[in-house]
Ligand binder design. Structure first.
Ligand code: KIV
Length: 271
C-alpha cells in the first residue's frame, strides 16, 4: 500500500471502529525516521516507539535504563517519518510510577517535544490515578498488562504471565479499570490465549496482543524480532518475516571483499 495526500490518518476512533467491524489492528515498534517511513508507507496502523529501544537500539539487557530524553529522541525521529499511522510512545521506567503529577509532566514533555499522538503505560490498578490524570488532560493512553517488562525484577523471568487464577482475575479486573478510566486500547503481553480471548470479548476497547494468541483485536511485534535482525531471540510466539541479519551480514562481507580487492570504487563510482 502506498500513502498519498488523500490517505486518512489513523486515530483512536479509527481503531475503535476497526474493533467494531472485526478488522484486526497491525502494530509494530519503530525507533527511527527511516524504518518509520517504510512501515507507515506500507500501511501499518500503529507505530509503537517502545521502550524496547533500550534492548534493541541501546543493547541493554532490560528496558529499565532508557531515559525520558532518549525516548523523546526516538519518538521525534519516528514522527518525522510518518504521515498516516497513529504513533504511541512508551513512558519509560521511572517517569510515571512516582505520582500522577510526575506521570503527566513526563507525558506532556513527550507530546510537546515529539508530536506523537498517545502514550503507553505498564500496569493496572497501581497506576490508575496517573492514567486518569493523563486522559483528563486530553492525551490518549494505551494500557499494557500481562508481562510488563519494566517489572522484570519483580517477576524474575520472562515466562508466560497470568496462568494461575489469582493473577488472571487481577488482569481481568485491571483491564476493566483501564477501560473505565478511558484508555483507548490495551496491550496484552505473553498471557494464555484463552484469557486474552475472554478479555478481548469483554472489553469494548481494542486489545493488542504479543504472545497472547489470535483472539486479540490486533497484534504487535518488535521490529528487530520480526525482521530477523535479532538472531538470539526466538520465542514461540514470534513469526520472523525476514532474516535481515544474514542479508545485511552478506552485503557487508561482500563490501569488505570489494574494498580489499580494490574492486570498489570502480571508474564509474568516482569523480
Ligand atoms: O516496548 C515494547 O516494544 C513494547 C511491546 C513489546 C508491546 O512494549
Amino acid at each position: 500500500m502506498s500513502v498519498n495526500k488523500e490517505t486518512k490518518r489513523i486515530t483512536t476512533h479509527t481503531l475503535q471502529r476497526m474493533k467494531m467491524n472485526g478488522e484486526k489492528i497491525s502494530m509494530l515498534t519503530a525507533y527511527d525516521y527511516s524504518f518509520a517511513k517504510i512501515f507507515d508507507s506500507s500501511g501499518i496502523d500503529i507505530i509503537l516507539v517502545g521502550d524496547s529501544a533500550s534492548n534493541v537500539m541501546a543493547g541493554h539487557e532490560t528496558t529499565l535504563p532508557i531515559t525520558l530524553d532518549q525516548m523523546i529522541y526516538h519518538a521525534s525521529s519516528v514522527v518525522r517519518g510518518v504521515s498516516r499511522c497513529l504513533i504511541v510512545v512508551d513512558l519509560p521506567f521511572g517517569s510515571y510510577q512516582g505520582n500522577s503529577k510526575e506521570a503527566l509532566y513526563s507525558t506532556v514533555r513527550i507530546m510537546k517535544e515529539t508530536g506523537a499522538h498517545a502514550v503507553k503505560l505498564e500496569g493496572g490498578e497501581e497506576i490508575l490515578e496517573s492514567v486518569k490524570r493523563i486522559i483528563s488532560s486530553g492525551i490518549p493512553v494505551m494500557g499494557h498488562l500481562g508481562l510488563t517488562p519494566q517489572s522484570i525484577y519483580k517477576f524474575g523471568t520472562y515466562t508466560v504471565r497470568a496462568k494461575e487464577e489469582a493473577e488472571a482475575e487481577k488482569l481481568k479486573r485491571d483491564a476493566r479499570l483501564l477501560e473505565e478510566a478511558g484508555c483507548f486500547a490495551v496491550v496484552l503481553e505473553k498471557i494464555p490465549a484463552a484469557l486474552a480471548k475472554e478479555v478481548s470479548q469483554s472489553l469494548s476497547i481494542p486489545t493488542i496482543g504479543i504472545g497472547a494468541g489470535k483472539y486479540c483485536d490486533g497484534q504487535v511485534l518488535v521490529m528487530h524480532d520480526m525482521l530477523g535482525i535479532n538472531t538470539e531471540f526466538k520465542p514461540r510466539f514470534l513469526r520472523q518475516y525476514l532474516k535481515l541479519h544474514d542479508t545485511i551480514s552478506n552485503a557487508v562481507q561482500q563490501y569488505i571483499r570489494d574494498v580489499k580487492s580494490q574492486d570498489f570504487p570502480n571508474e564509474q563510482e568516482q569523480y
